[in-house]
Design a protein around this ligand. Structure first.
Ligand code: ADP
Length: 485
């Protein structure tokens, strides 16, 4: 159904378990649908506890051999994987758009972005340095080794079906760990395609596995296993809490990349055109379905009306439609529940006094398409102030002073991404330091890349992905004290 140059990238009814493409023990499947059309694309196995336990056993055996390779050898296989992904970028993007809905150009961007983590960590694999510590006794030598943490697992969301996997698997494999991936039920096909290319790159079957099925059973088996020493999760804060609780009995090391509630502040000295472009990129990318999307736009009184008008004019240029169609810049929402949440946030904001500037209803295309929307003079009492909308809705809040907006921006349990626009160097430093967020974009709406540490503070999560910090999540520190020398 999807035209591909490498048809084997699209898997039907099988997952990558212990080096074999197999169905679920029960034969049951999940149906994968195109969110733009509702058409069925493929089936994926509905696996559970038993298959997960087999994957863990295979991962344990494979990890011992994988860690025994030199870092240079692991690096070479990762570089091959990277090259294959880029070689098949168009096919991978088509699979991604078909199951996730984002415009094809954005999907191609995600493949390149996702692949960049594999290239980066292939390089970092060779730079896992230990330490020698000057000893307090003359006959001693104190050494610090960094060793792979072991068998790891990843549970990933549907909004970036490729990149949320490579961001975890690349540092894990580079460090000498094996990894079992459970992608989201909505978007497993991109994950399987990555596994096809991993195998072609010479990455052994048990080292990188992809299994699909019942999240509660698979997640339960992973959390309870003492063999799995590390779990990396990207998804909702609610599920993050469940996984953290379930991991307590085995004291599993966790990386959690959870929800956000990103403030996007436009000060009166900002370059308004740049701020509008930043808002478009941050708010409407992936139809507003990213954890770093601007959720609350705070605009200073003096520029509020001008910014609202410029943003509305620019939003009117967005083209809503099927991600495969030429010129489309905003695809459908992932499912009916996502649409219902957007509708309830907009209705609630208007009921609490917000003014509709543009959009504000489901798109004439039907399905889960929603009009790109701008709301002005939204009340901090509105639901959109507290919860991530995860849709193409920009709520504008009016503010007067720097202290006021910093308090408003930090008034949330979340702390992932934040953004602000200003040209005053003193203000830039003050505000960047005062925002309680893991990431701050100054005069930009896009800042994520493989060389920088991505992650949140407060209830947005634990750990960092990307950058030289990213590989530490998959390494243990071992202290070796040598005496009597
Ligand atoms: P979203 O709201 O973005 O779908 P979720 O946190 O529900 O976010 O989903 C992210 C990932 O977590 C998906 O792979 C999903 O299957 C998985 N997941 C959901 N519930 C559980 C659970 N109870 N245990 C383990 N994984 C889960």
């Amino acid at each position: 159904s999807i035209p591909l140059n490498h048809p084997a990238l699209l898997k039907q009814g099988v997952a990558w378990l212990a080096g074999e493409w197999v169905g679920a023990d029960s034969g049951a499947t999940l149906t994968i649908k195109n969110p733009a059309t509702g058409a069925t694309i493929a089936e994926a196995p509905l696996m559970g506890r038993a298959e997960t336990e087999r994957a863990i056993a295979a991962a344990a055996v494979a990890q011992k051999q994988w860690r025994a390779l030199t870092a240079k050898e692991r690096s070479a296989r990762l570089k091959t994987w990277f090259a294959l992904i880029m070689q098949h970028q168009d096919d991978l993007a088509r699979i991604l758009t078909a199951e996730q809905g984002k415009p094809l150009a954005e999907a191609r961007g995600e493949i390149a972005y996702g692949a960049s983590f594999i290239e980066w960590f292939a390089e970092e694999a060779k730079r896992v340095y230990g330490e020698v510590i000057p000893a307090p006794q003359g006959d001693r030598r104190l050494v610090v080794l960094k060793q792979p943490i072991g068998v790891t697992a990843a549970i990933t969301p549907w909004n970036f079906p490729t990149a949320m996997i490579t961001r975890k698997a690349a540092p894990a494999l580079a460090a000498g760990c094996s990894m079992i991936v459970k992608p989201a039920e909505q978007t497993p096909l991109s994950a399987f395609a990555l596994a096809v290319l991993a195998e072609e790159a010479g990455i052994p079957g048990g080292v990188f596995q992809v299994i699909t099925g019942d999240p509660v059973q698979i997640g339960g088996a992973i959390c309870e296993s003492p063999v799995v020493t590390k779990l990396s999760f990207t998804g909702s804060t609610e599920v993050g809490r469940i996984l953290m609780r379930q991991s307590a009995d085995t004291i599993k090391k966790l990386s959690l990349e959870l929800g956000g509630n990103a403030p996007f502040i436009v000060f009166d000295d900002a370059d308004l055109d740049a701020a509008v472009e930043g808002a478009i990129a941050s708010k409407y990318r992936n139809a507003g379905q990213t954890c770093v999307c601007a959720n609350r736009l705070f605009v200073q009184d003096g520029v509020f009306d001008a910014f609202a008008q410029k943003l509305a004019d620019r939003v009117a240029e967005l083209q809503v439609g099927d991600g495969f169609a030429e010129g489309v810049t905003q695809g459908p929402l992932i499912d009916a529940a996502a649409l219902a949440k957007v509708e309830s946030h907009v209705g609630d904001a208007i009921a609490k006094g917000a003014r509709l500037v543009t959009g504000g209803k489901p798109h004439a295309l039907g399905g889960t398409f929603y009009e790109p929307t701008v709301l002005a003079d939204v009340s901090p009492e509105a639901m959109v102030f507290r919860e991530e909308t995860f849709g193409p809705v920009a709520p504008l809040f009016r503010f007067k002073t720097d202290d006021e907006v910093i308090e408003l921006a930090n008034r949330t349990e979340f702390g992932l991404a934040s953004y602000f626009f200003s040209r005053d160097i003193g203000r830039i430093w003050r505000v960047a330091e005062a925002l309680e967020y893991g990431m701050v974009g100054v005069n930009t709406g896009i800042f994520s890349n493989e060389v920088a540490p991505f992650g949140g503070v407060k209830q947005s999560g634990l750990g960092r992905e990307g950058s030289h910090h990213g590989i530490d999540e998959y390494l243990e520190i071992k202290y070796v004290a040598m005496a009597g020398l």
